[in-house]
Design a protein around this ligand. Sequence first.
Ligand code: GLC
Ligand code: GLC
Length: 816
Amino acid sequence: MVRYGHFDDRTREYVIDRPDTPLPWINYLGSEEYFGLISNTAGGYSFYRDARLRRLTRYRYNSAPLDVGGRYLYLRDDTTGDYWSPSWQPTRRELDEYECRHGLSYTTISSARTGIRAETLYYVPLGETLEVWRVAVTNERDTTADLSLFSSVEFCLWDAQDDATNYQRNFSTGQVEVDDGVIYHKTEYRERRDHFAFFACSEPIEGFDTQREAFLGPYRGWEAPIAVERGSLSGSIAHGWSPVGNHHVRLSLEPGETREVIFVLGYAENPRDDKFDPPHSQIINKLRVRPKIAHWLQPSAVKAGFDALTRHWTALLGGLQVSTPDPDTDRMVNIWNAYQCMITFNLSRSTSGFETGIGRGMGFRDSNQDLLGFVHIIPERARERILDIAATQIATGGAYHQYQPLTKRGNNDIGDGFNDDPLWLILGVSAYLKETGDASILDEPVPFDNAPGSEVSLYEHLIRSLTYTLDRLGPHGLPLIGRADWNDCLNLNCFSETPGEPFQTTENVSGGQAESVFIAGQFVLAAKELASIADLRGLGEKAAEYRAAAEKMTGTIVEHGWDGAWFRRAYDFHGNPIGSGENDEGQIFVEPQGMCVLAGVGLDDGLAARALDSVAERLATPHGVVLQQPAYSRYHVELGEISTYPPGYKENAGIFCHTNPWIMIAETIAGDGDRAFDYYRRINPSARESISEVHRCEPYVYAQMIAGKDAPTHGEAKNSWLTGTAAWNFVAITQWILGLRPELDGLRIDPVLPRAWNGFVATRVYRSATYEITVRKPIGVTGRVTQLVVDGSPVDGTVIPPAPAGTTVRVEAVIG
Ligand code: GLC
Ligand code: GLC
């Protein structure tokens, strides 16, 4: 049992107490326009809005050693010449003490060596496009300490993709200015860019460098810069090559003395016609940025900004707080899972330790699902996000699979044809309506493909989504899968034999009739949701129509999608079943078991219970539920990317965590709180903290994947942070296991708890009223709510109609 740290629930921090975590354990800075990634050893980078197009600093993915590039500081004892990094990296010289605290949008790293303590706080003030590093250096020796403090960042020439590839140009374009101790990075400012970066220090500086080679010295790395070794910077000005920012501050500290030094790294823009000062020069006009820099270099401003950030998070998280018998549940629900949901809102799948920021934009299906995890925290921004997403739908009802956050336009490289995509819009909108009651969103005019003049109501978009499926049914009456459904790697019309061919956009066969049982289940769910929305609009006839369509599809699933003991996964191009006992590999898949039961298929005739038993028997492992079994041991050309992964990884029988909450929810629908909660705990990162040496990723956030039982590294997580797992687990635990479930007509209280619990208490803000909820249950008992008392009066059923905004409602529920 190896631990690398512990949770501090009171301060809402994860405390890492040794720097050599199995992988960089990261956190995020920023919440609006300026963002950064920061590891427990100060690795990471920053960007403005778009991690690809406006990258401020460099980072080297997949590097050796791990985690190269960051917000580095060096301390040097000017008496002995000894130097080290207070964040351990990049020098990796031994520290006598080390502690990193990752908090909500900030990180502190503290350490001590030879009696010199340094504590650095990193955060992005709300409303600003800059980051603050506040370093407190303390002399704990009994003699005066003569020290040098060096700062270090390496600038990225803005476009991170180009920066990492186009050296023939980029080695000649780099430009900086140094003015009043502030280092300005202004590559391409002379021409078409109106933005620049700045790096400032609160203390008078002894020197600076801006050319990487001058700082590091030839053939040296960040672990041993020649300038730090020597104890002085050379005042280099970068012309081309690699612009960096280094300050040198001298500190002479009496015994016991502490000095605070503040560094500010940021992004600024100027109006195009006012870029230069004097106007016809090539010098950056610093009129607007100077006051900002001056402000944030003041200790009082840094403290006030940090307090504001803390209050901000308290307010965001305050809308749902629970106290259950399980501390791992509490800290995930109250702090970390909610935080992760906000990070996925901000960054989708763009920037993490595994996503380089230059890959995908926003996913249509991903963003709709991410909504489920943050709609209760920031409903206005969920509204905005829904309208952005819907505007990338095309008139056929199909949807661009991805869109760019900067332009909000559908991405032509990948296009449409992922046939599950449109249905997620219905599920996203329905979650928004249930949370907020804001039916006005349905009447918002929204274009197709962002084309002006093509606007129809959002409600009409939802109808198109449903029709899209109905217009594309295959030979069994099941929905055609298109390029893929939720499982991006089930590419049934691809048949690729050529290395490098993209599985998701290549169709080497035409007239594909491959069908998806997953989409069928998702359709049933979406049709029922749309029926309720139609009812809300007084369109009873339409509602009946959608319910009939759901019922018909349910019949089709039972007839053609049932394999005897579980739901099948799909039919391939040739009409052969996938996820069937008839197959030699890939006999049972998790996705249709989850989605069909969520949709209510098989609840009356025992199929759902049978399917869930099959999941328990064939797919469950101690580390979570694997995606399918048996894993594909060889390449199946007719299946696409799924069988390209070695057994046990990713979509080939990995524990693809996103799907696990579907099973948890299905178990609660079937009434089994023990199984639901057991599955919940298996992948709960906090509950896995004690096996960090196996899990390896951060114990405070979900990872997309944990290696499955066929993998030699079973239990090892990868792709932490940016995953639909965050939103779905939040939904599974809060809405289904704890059972605090927003519905169109009110808040439902319907917990399905494990036998071992005696209840829980919760505070839930819902449509601006506060619900103080107590659920009681005898230990050892299972079952549903038998008695619900609202403000002292017993009520029928389990739905509490919305209370007036600003009021507090006391809710007592009894189970069993
Ligand atoms: C990734 C994608 C998601 C997809 C899943 C399964 O998480 O972001 O859209 O559903 O993989 O392939
Ligand atoms: C790859 C990944 C899959 C992801 C997809 C998104 O196929 O394996 O998980 O969803 O890329 O582009």
